[in-house]
Design a binder for this molecule. Structure first.
Ligand SMILES: NC(=O)c1ccc[n+]([C@@H]2O[C@H](COP(=O)([O-])OP(=O)(O)OC[C@H]3O[C@@H](n4cnc5c(N)ncnc54)[C@H](OP(=O)(O)O)[C@@H]3O)[C@@H](O)[C@H]2O)c1
Length: 357
């Protein structure tokens, strides 16, 4: 059987380059269309993209011409599925146009994440939410599936097994977020070198609302939020890739740090059972050294090779006596791989494995 042809919207950006890199030689998907802003349309990808990844730009894609982000041009190039890494303000209309034209959209943008009929998916955490696609498809022809904000992903993955085994009453998180999370032109070097910025617009609200949707349920055609309380404080730090988060929990049932570590290390879900190409063998890697995880050492964790950067790394799991049934730990998640392109590619692999595409 031939590969499914895909397009990448926002292909020249921080997340777009990750797609280009991760989709080279993909066993199920072939890149048929690369798209970017009007300023890049018609240029070869190698001229339009200011490539920043340490692996060489894939040769075949370097010579492709950038097309407009319209259904006509994307379908004209033969794509049936699009990955969207557009700026959110552009994404709202463009993603809907694509779905209405019968395309399957997997989006990293926030534009449709909280829509009542759009699933917000981390395949290991809420695979079942993909069932919401059916109703959308009847209405639109195509559909939109979204992945969460890069800060929410590692947090939700680490919480899922704890929620399942001990229940969650309260989640507090303080983040140290990488520069690539703000896009190429997001934070000027003069503002961040020798510094940190203790504010990321709308981020704290997104972490809370997205986490509750993801850890909630999809029943009778509706999403129902999880009931725990969530509080976040988000900060930009001078790290290139990899978001670090200090997490504090109150569980329903008392749990020791060893029990929490065991349930995280043992965690596996549908993508692992289905042996999807981009699924990490272990979604959570628990480290017991006192000074891990660290962005430089741990951000590319995950095996096999295609899943590098897909694992959430957790360390320093310990009691928090200031909370009832309190546990605290530190996690690290690669923001443009697991937090964006990698998660979306894993969603697309789920769609294929489920026979939806
Ligand atoms: N960075 C992360 O860690 C991360 C994680 C999760 C989600 N996200 C989300 O992913 C999206 C992309 O983020 P990013 O960090 O990759 O941004 P970025 O580096 O600024 O890249 C933006 C991309 O969109 C294109 N673009 C800009 N305006 C356009 C328009 N009017 N029409 C079509 N294409 C347009 C740009 O093309 P040109 O090169 O031609 O300007 C570029 O390819 C955002 O919605 C962001 O919130 C980012």
């Amino acid at each position: 059987m031939g590969k499914i042809k895909v397009g990448i919207l926002g292909s020249t950006g921080s997340v777009g380059q990750r797609y280009v890199n991760m989709l080279r030689d993909h066993p199920w998907f072939e890149v048929a269309a690369l798209s970017a802003s009007e300023a890049s349309v018609g240029k070869k990808y190698r001229e339009a993209a200011k490539w920043v990844l340490d692996k060489e730009m894939p040769e075949g894609m370097a010579e492709m011409r950038i097309v407009r982000a319209t259904p006509t041009e994307i379908k004209g190039a033969g794509a049936e599925l699009v990955f969207s890494a557009l700026p959110s303000e552009v994404a709202k209309r463009t993603e809907m146009d694509m779905a209405e034209a019968g395309l399957f959209v997997v989006a990293d943008t926030s534009a449709h994440r909280m829509d009542p009929d759009v699933p917000l998916v981390i395949p290991e955490v809420n695979f079942g939410h993909l069932d919401a696609i059916e109703a959308q498809r009847k209405k639109l022809g195509g559909f939109i599936v979204t992945g969460p904000n890069c800060t929410t992903i590692g947090l939700a993955v680490s919480l899922k097994p704890v929620q399942a085994e001990f229940g969650l009453r309260r989640v507090l998180v303080s983040t140290m977020q990488a520069l690539s999370g703000a896009g190429f032109f997001g934070v000027p070097s003069m503002a961040i070198i020798d510094n940190l910025i203790p504010y990321i617009k709308n981020e704290e609200e997104k972490v809370a609302s997205e986490l509750l949707k993801i850890l909630g349920s999809f029943r009778g055609g509706h999403f129902e939020n999880a009931s725990m309380k969530v509080g976040a404080s988000c900060h930009r730090v001078c790290v290139l890739d990899g978001h670090t988060e200090a997490v504090f929990l109150e569980t329903e049932k008392a749990a020791t740090p060893d029990e929490v570590a065991r349930c995280m290390a043992d965690f596996a879900s549908e993508p692992q059972r289905l042996r999807l190409p981009s699924a990490p063998e272990r979604p959570i890697i628990v480290r017991d050294e006192p000074d891990r995880p660290q962005p430089r050492l741990d951000r590319l964790s995950g095996a096999p090779e295609r899943a590098k950067g897909m694992a959430t790394v957790v360390g320093r799991i310990r009691r928090e006596s200031a909370l009832d049934n309190g546990i605290k730990y530190v996690l690290l998640s690669h923001n443009t791989i697991r937090g964006a392109a990698g998660n979306a590619i894993l969603i697309a692999e789920c769609l294929k494995a489920k026979g939806i595409i």
